[in-house]
Design a protein around this ligand. Structure first.
Ligand code: ADP
Length: 497
């Protein structure tokens, strides 16, 4: 997309995200918002990050406070600061991280899921724009992520752009998961200082509600999602979550860029969280990780194939297929290790499976970043039969640890995992298309056939570990999209003069 020499142009970038690793994480968005800025910094950009300061985020410096209007109320934003360290070979860069605090909105026991979400993220969205003057940072690009940041492009365009300080700032809105849209009752418009004229289908009205996601999709200069296939899928009624019409109307400005992972953090040679470090040259050590994992999960220590799953326990992740196929998976002679948290129904279903197959199924309900790494390292295969998947990180982390993904070919899974062909030995995993437990079991059977041929399996592990899903390529693609946003903004600004 972008040639290397064009990188001579660098940008001032503000990345806005409701969660950023290592400060706050519920899913893949945090990984992306924590690792993309490092890669962008390494390309020479002045990149900064902002998120809410939730309870439990410590070691921050307080740098300012300022007022933020939410409807008729003048609230206080306390601005705190921290940093992310980016390191590449001998070069080290520090990415400033701003944290917007307000005790009423963010000092709570979890990140999301409250009655006043519209109010919390109206406050946050406006506070981000107000913050820019306080820290005197005029970005070329504000890169917004997911519905919580959707109002920012709208506020910028309709309320701030007459101020020369804000006039040149272009926006990108990234969809990490279209299912979570931030749709709220009509009177929430007031929280953003918007009148009823915004309650129209061509603006924020969305099936009787107003939608934060729609604000981002309509008002950002350009939009993207986290894989090319998902970018196509969300333009169809089947996967468009009722936003497909809006997305089709912006098809020319809609890009797909697959996520990367941080190859320094996710490195089996140095990862301090796994039991035994290993790499391409001493892959036999991977086995030790398997045995220790079996012990930790109270499973018999043995050489049977271990299949790992690390996932939010929601329908999107294919839990219904897993549940349907579980007894047959177990009967095929493998052990299943599952780490996850989510809906009670699926949590109970997995606890029940463990009770029925105590020697075959190990389940840990909860969020545990250390155990997650131990599963990626200690499993032979990684199962991800998602109903839909914007990008997916689990399969990318697995590849890095030589753990072979078995995935349903949808969204980012289709873009990153190529089906193994026994004739040419090409491919880096096993894929199936139909959302059916029969298809899942067939893919598993093909994987087990190869697993039983140790030399072939070793070559497959090696080629999985050699595939490159670091940020190198995707960060350069983001630079291309930032450039597109800037030229679009220039065009739009010129057209409205
Ligand atoms: P999503 O963002 O839809 O949840 P992704 O595959 O993009 O899915 O990212 C999930 C990230 O969260 C991965 O880094 C995965 O390892 C991690 N993760 C998911 N569930 C857990 C858990 N219960 N404990 C620890 N890490 C988890």
């Amino acid at each position: 997309m972008l040639k290397q020499q064009e990188l001579e142009e660098t940008y001032k970038i503000l990345i806005v995200s409701p969660e950023v690793s290592p400060f706050a994480k519920t899913g893949g968005l945090a990984d992306v918002a924590g690792s993309l800025p490092k890669a962008l910094a390494m390309l020479g950009n002045d990149v900064r990050v902002v998120l809410p300061r939730y309870r439990g985020i410590n070691n921050v410096t307080t740098i300012a406070d300022f007022p933020v209007w939410v409807d008729w109320r003048k609230c206080t934003a306390i601005l705190r600061q921290s940093q992310i360290r980016a390191k590449l070979d001998e070069v080290e860069k520090l990415v400033p991280v701003y944290l917007i605090d307000n005790y009423q909105y963010f000092d709570r026991d979890r990140l999301y899921g409250f009655f006043d979400e519209a109010e919390r993220f109206s406050f946050f969205s406006r506070a981000v724009l107000e913050m820019l003057k306080v820290i005197n940072f005029q970005p070329d690009i504000i890169h917004c992520n997911d519905w919580q940041t959707g109002p920012i492009p709208l506020l910028l365009k309709d309320q701030y752009s007459r101020d020369p300080f804000y006039a040149q700032i272009a926006t990108l809105f990234t969809i990490h998961n279209l299912q979570y849209q931030g749709n709220f009752p009509r009177d929430c418009l007031k929280l953003l200082g918007l009148d009823d004229s915004y309650f129209r289908p061509e603006r924020l009205e969305f099936y009787g509600d107003m939608s934060f996601m729609k604000a981002g999709l309509l008002y950002a200069d350009v939009i993207n999602t986290v894989s090319k296939t998902y970018a196509q899928e969300i333009q169809t009624p089947e996967r468009g979550e009722r936003m497909d019409g809006v997305l089709r109307s912006r098809a020319k400005d809609l890009y797909g860029i697959v996520n990367g992972i941080n190859y320094h953090e996710f490195n089996p040679e140095t990862d301090p969280r796994i039991y035994r470090n290993y790499g391409l040259n001493n892959l036999s050590e991977k086995k030790e990780n398997k045995y220790e994992l079996q012990k930790e999960m109270s499973l018999p220590v043995s050489d049977v194939p271990v299949i790992g799953i690390v996932s939010r326990l929601v329908a999107q992740k294919g839990l219904d297929l897993i549940s349907e196929a579980l007894d047959a998976i177990v009967a095929s002679g493998v052990q299943l290790v599952i780490l996850g948290t989510g809906e009670d129904y699926y949590e109970n279903l997995l606890r029940d499976a463990q009770a029925r197959h105590p020697d075959r199924v190990g389940v840990y309900i909860g969020f545990n970043a250390v155990l997650a790494q131990r599963i990626y390292a200690g499993s032979d295969m990684y199962l991800m039969p998602s109903l839909f998947e914007p990008c997916g990180l689990g399969q990318l982390i697995s590849l890095r640890y030589g753990t072979i993904p078995i995935v349903r070919a949808t969204g980012g899974l289709a873009d990153t995992i190529k089906d193994y062909d026994p004739r040419t030995e090409s491919g880096n995993g096993f894929t199936f298309k139909d959302y059916s437990s029969g298809q899942l079991l067939l893919a598993l059977k093909r994987a087990l056939d190869v697993y039983r041929q140790p030399e072939r399996w070793l070559r497959l592990m090696q080629s999985a570990m050699r595939s490159d899903f670091s940020w190198n390529k995707s960060a350069v693609e983001y630079m291309g999209v930032y450039m597109a946003a800037r030229s679009k903004h220039g065009m739009v600004a010129a057209a409205t003069v």
